[in-house]
Design a protein around this ligand. Structure first.
Ligand SMILES: [Zn+2]
Length: 444
């Protein structure tokens, strides 16, 4: 339902781009940054660039990528500290935010200003679509939506050059499909015996509903929830899935049901599989953390791990420029990948002057020392210096190619689900971004 241009915009800014078999995850880590006027509500930080964990680029020629997300979750606290000490470079953006147009605590202007003040590069507002089937007046009627878009367009113009502003909408699986530049597909409620059950309203209400409508069987409730969640893309044509397991909002410590049980996991995984097969990204959402209901994001770590296992191949595309230091930084990220092979596709680096030989040798040595399983090197400089250094340092599978496309073709049969590949070279001579585009579209 969304026009291609908007998809394109999003693809350029979404943090974890998944296309074909790549994984896209939206990280929403509001807790890390804070600083929005409302304190707890509506605060949002989406795109993080963790120097040692996740590397993300927002510039159009840099396709965003996943690396080590699970690691990130495990080390959240440490990362928060490191962020505060300024040791981690963070790219800030968010696409799931609310304002007084729906249930946010701040006006759109306040949110946009706050994001800009915090140094965000990209900021999208995703007001709730019309929700009047459940609560008259809640969400945005078509009329309200037009006014909302006008306000955001004006803010986009006002903030042009400082921060990109996007006009989004959060659709509900049971609600009307309304148009915006991008749409988040969420399942906030299920319909049971003619009643709408809102899963994230209050704990008391939800407990009461489950008692009455499912005879207290939380697993039967979960089954109905995920059966609906599985259809959210078919129903809304959304661009990604919002808070996939929102039904766990009040289940911290597994208070009401065991999220590890088969009775819960089976319907959850069935829904995840279906949405994943449609190529949909899953948002990582910390809304419930910032509101102090939960200590972990949606989806749960367990579900994220499953998603990761379904997620296929990971591409770290940092192909815009390359020098020994930046290549090393990327190789270190690649080396952290677990769950599959680590493959480096490295091209010649230019403009190194007298450090040309030592620079290429250093990179080759680093590949070996970090235990990267496979190196595909491209270019004459790499042939002369990087390749022998990598072999010497113990890289077991080193291959050399005269051209980018030869390396690409050699990569394809080795790039298996669970593997991670790093693309890195000096842009102008190697144009690895073209390889990234190719891999993104390639039907593995
Ligand atoms: Zn929502």
């Amino acid at each position: 339902m969304h026009i291609n241009r908007n998809k394109e915009i999003l693809q350029k800014v979404l943090i974890f781009a998944r296309a074909c078999a790549m994984m896209i995850l939206l990280v929403k880590v509001s807790k890390l940054m804070g600083g929005f006027p409302s304190g707890q509500r509506g605060q949002t930080v989406n795109l993080l660039r963790f120097a040692s964990v996740v590397r993300i680029h927002l510039r159009p020629c840099h396709s965003p990528v996943y690396a080590g997300l699970l690691l990130f979750l495990e080390k959240l606290d440490r990362l928060v500290q490191a962020c505060r000490r300024g040791e981690i470079f963070v790219i800030k953006a968010d696409f799931h935010t609310h304002t007084t147009w729906c249930d946010g605590a701040n006006t759109t202007r306040e949110m946009v200003e706050a994001a800009c003040r915090l140094g965000y590069t990209d900021f999208g507002v995703s007001g709730h679509a019309d929700f009047s089937m459940i609560e008259p007046g809640f969400g945005m009627s078509e009329e309200k939506l037009s006014a909302y878009k006008r306000e955001l367009l004006a803010l986009r113009e006002e903030f042009a050059g400082r921060m990109n502003v996007y006009i989004g909408i959060e659709l509900d699986a049971l609600g009307p499909v309304q148009e915006a530049e991008y749409a988040i597909g969420s399942t906030h409620c299920v319909k049971k015996l003619g009643e709408y059950v809102v899963v994230d309203d209050t704990e008391e209400k939800l407990v009461d509903w489950v008692e009455r409508l499912w005879k207290g069987d939380w697993y039967a409730f979960a089954q109905d929830y995920f059966a609906l969640e599985a259809t959210v893309y078919d129903r809304t044509g959304c661009d990604w899935v919002g808070h996939f397991d929102l039904l766990t909002k009040f289940n911290e410590g597994f208070k009401h049901f065991d999220e590890n049980s088969d009775a819960y996991m089976e319907p959850a995984l069935a829904a995840m599989k279906r949405l994943n097969a449609a190529g949909l990204p899953f948002e990582i959402n910390t809304g419930a953390i910032s509101r102090r209901y939960r200590t972990t994001p949606y989806p749960s770590k367990r579900l994220l791990r499953e998603l990761f296992l379904m997620g296929g191949r990971i591409m770290i595309n940092d192909s815009y420029n390359a020098n020994p230091r930046s290549v090393r930084a990327d190789l270190e990220i690649l080396a952290k990948h677990t769950g599959g092979k680590r493959i480096a596709v490295l091209g010649d680096m230019t403009e190194l002057g007298s450090a040309e030989e030592s620079g290429h040798r250093d990179v080759g040595r680093t590949v070996g020392e970090l235990g990267i399983e496979m190196l595909l090197a491209v270019g004459e400089r790499s042939k002369k210096w990087m390749v022998p250094a990598a072999k010497e340092a113990g890289c077991a599978d080193v291959r050399w190619f005269a051209s980018r496309d030869e390396a690409r073709d050699a990569l394809l049969p080795h790039f298996a689900p669970g593997d991670a590949v790093l693309l890195k070279a000096s842009h102008f001579i190697c144009r690895f971004d073209l390889m990234a585009d190719y891999l993104r579209e390639y039907q593995f």
